[in-house]
Design a protein around this ligand. Structure first.
Ligand code: GRF
Length: 199
């Protein structure tokens, strides 16, 4: 399966996926291209250093439909079959979602449906939850809403700050994303209602 990774920042989830593929713990897939929407994305630099095809398609000042069309065209030109959002700070247009039906994954640093949106570790702490975690889900037209592939949890500690909680969740993200991709490309799972379960 040819993966297309979209990112906007440091790219630690992308790195974890690339590492899992390199180590052979994530099999039957390859990273066909890494695309960032901003030139200063550290993940883009990492991709280039790894010798992976890496492209920047700048979003700033570009109409949303036009930018998405350019990203879709790039993904298609690299033969991408599964789109992996890894810290891609953009909401996809319906046209983008239609171009890759049931083939776009996202990772979110909360246990959805709690704490969708931004700054979610801070929100979780302020709410007082005792467990937090991350969610890998399919992308649909509502933000942080699609069918859940898998989740991993962490305990919230009394001494946590948003930063320490985010760091502990990130460790789980790096496990969760390769595992979720493996599940999706295995073809052994199916969507029943909103449940992603073994076929
Ligand atoms: C992660 O916390 C991810 O859950 C969220 O954005 C962050 C991206 O981090 N969607 P990185 O760029 O993968 O390091």
């Amino acid at each position: 399966t040819r993966l297309g990774v979209l990112l906007s920042g440091r790219g630690s989830n992308f790195s974890a996926i690339a590492q899992a593929i390199k180590e052979g713990t994530l099999r039957d897939c390859e990273i066909a291209v890494v695309i960032a929407n901003r030139e200063d994305a550290v993940g883009l630099e990492i991709a280039r250093e790894m010798g992976l095809p890496a492209r920047c398609i700048v979003s700033k000042g570009v109409p949303r439909a036009e930018h998405d069309a350019a990203v879709i065209a790039a993904l298609k030109s690299f033969g991408v079959e599964l789109v992996v959002l890894a810290g891609y700070m953009r909401v996809l247009t319906p046209a983008f979602i239609a171009a890759f039906p049931q083939a776009i994954l996202n990772i979110h640093p909360s246990l959805l449906p709690s704490f969708a949106g931004l700054d979610v570790q801070k929100a979780a702490l302020e709410y007082g939850v005792k467990f937090a975690g991350c969610t890998v889900h399919f992308v649909d037209e509502a933000v942080d809403h699609g069918v859940i592939v898998l989740q991993r949890t962490v305990e919230v500690l009394d001494a946590d700050t948003p930063a320490t909680l985010a760091a502990r969740i990130l460790v789980e993200e790096h496990q969760a994303y390769p595992e979720a991709i493996a599940r999706v490309i295995s073809g052994q799972y199916t969507v029943v209602g909103r449940r992603y379960i073994r076929a």
